[in-house]
Design a protein around this ligand. Structure first.
Ligand code: 2P0
Length: 323
């Protein structure tokens, strides 16, 4: 049995839309920070005595839609390796209880790594990144630690991620502000497709991302956390404008999301620099320099409760942790 550990990542320049839904080729490039606090451990073995794939997540046997996604992914690996047996898959998400941050990024990065190795394939990281992409777009980036870029490419061979800075040696950190843990109504898969097909602003999103990728890489090169935070915040708001402007329009924000945005703006107006980003859910992630950590925790802790805040440093890439 092979066990792999993969950490989740938060995009600073978001992926929001596919060009090819089957191969998961995105419309644009994207760029993320892998986080140390949230990860998945996934164990896989292929066994000739099994009569079906057996999939267990966080202690429960899964069936239906979730199982189908895993089985389809295992089918890709069976085709690549010419292995015909079924697999036993056991996965544990290491996220704070009901944090609502269990992520398909860490899940499919860990599954790609463990299952390909268990099937006898020896893939390099670029090929692992391409393989993880077939499970979930954001998983493409979770193969690597630190700051990571996903090149959209044009086909299966050319759409993969690469590290920009694997060992992040400056003070960037994130606080996950856990505001709501209930299941989202619009999945990211449906949501991004609806934005591509119906938002009149989608053509502008291409321009936004092309600009932000260049500016973000420059800011990273300069280790300029204010600039990184500013670009990430603006990019997140523009991504969320694609949800509001879809038909039918929708939003992942709730009232608490808006309250958190206002709190971060208040902190900034007090001279404490920090920035926000949101994904396909109401939770807010705060981007800041570690030297401001205690002041941010104190302020947000008073407003939202200390137990809602999880501090994370940059995290590592995927690893085989036992075989
Ligand atoms: C991202 N998100 O770049 C963006 C920003 C959410 C908002 O990637 O359909 O689970 O499996 O490729 O990767 C979440 O979508 O979607 C996501 P699929 P995924 O992190």
């Amino acid at each position: 049995m092979i066990t792999a550990r993969a950490h989740t990542n938060i995009a600073l320049v978001k992926y929001w839309g596919k060009k090819d839904q089957k191969l998961i080729i995105p419309q644009t490039d994207s760029l993320s920070l892998t986080l140390n606090e949230f990860y998945a451990d996934t164990s896989v073995e292929f066994r000739d005595d099994l009569t079906a794939d057996h999939i267990e997540i966080d202690g429960h046997v899964v069936t239906g839609h979730v199982a189908d996604k895993v089985i389809n992914f295992l089918n890709i690996i069976r085709k690549m390796s010419e292995k015909n047996s079924y697999a036993n898959v056991i996965s544990t998400n290491h996220v704070p209880v009901s944090a609502g941050l269990a992520s398909s990024a860490s899940a499919f990065a860990a599954l790609a790594t463990a299952a390909s190795k268990a099937a006898g394939l020896e893939l390099d990281r670029r090929d692992l990144s391409r393989l993880a992409r077939r499970g979930s777009g954001s998983a493409t980036r979770s193969i690597y630690g630190g700051l990571v870029e996903w090149h959209r490419g044009t086909d299966d061979l050319t759409s993969f991620a690469e590290p920009i800075m694997e060992n992040v040696d400056f003070g960037i950190e994130m606080i996950a502000l856990l505001l709501n843990t209930s299941k989202k109504k619009v999945s990211s898969r449906q949501g991004m497709q609806s934005s591509v097909e119906t938002s009149p602003y989608y053509p502008a999103w291409h321009k936004v991302v092309a600009h932000d990728m260049v500016a973000m890489k420059k800011a990273i090169n300069n280790q300029d956390i204010d600039q990184i935070g500013h670009i990430a915040e603006e990019n997140a708001l523009r991504m969320h404008a694609l949800t509001l402007s879809a038909d039918p329009g929708y939003t992942y924000f709730n009232g608490e999301t808006i309250r958190a945005i206002q709190a971060i703006n208040d902190l900034r107006s007090q001279g404490i620099s920090c920035y926000y980003t949101m994904d396909a859910g109401p939770n807010v992630k705060v981007i800041y320099d570690r030297k401001n950590r205690s002041k941010i925790i104190e302020y947000l802790g008073k407003l939202f409760g200390q137990e809602k805040l999880i501090v994370s440093k940059p995290g590592p890439g995927v690893k085989i942790i036992s075989k």
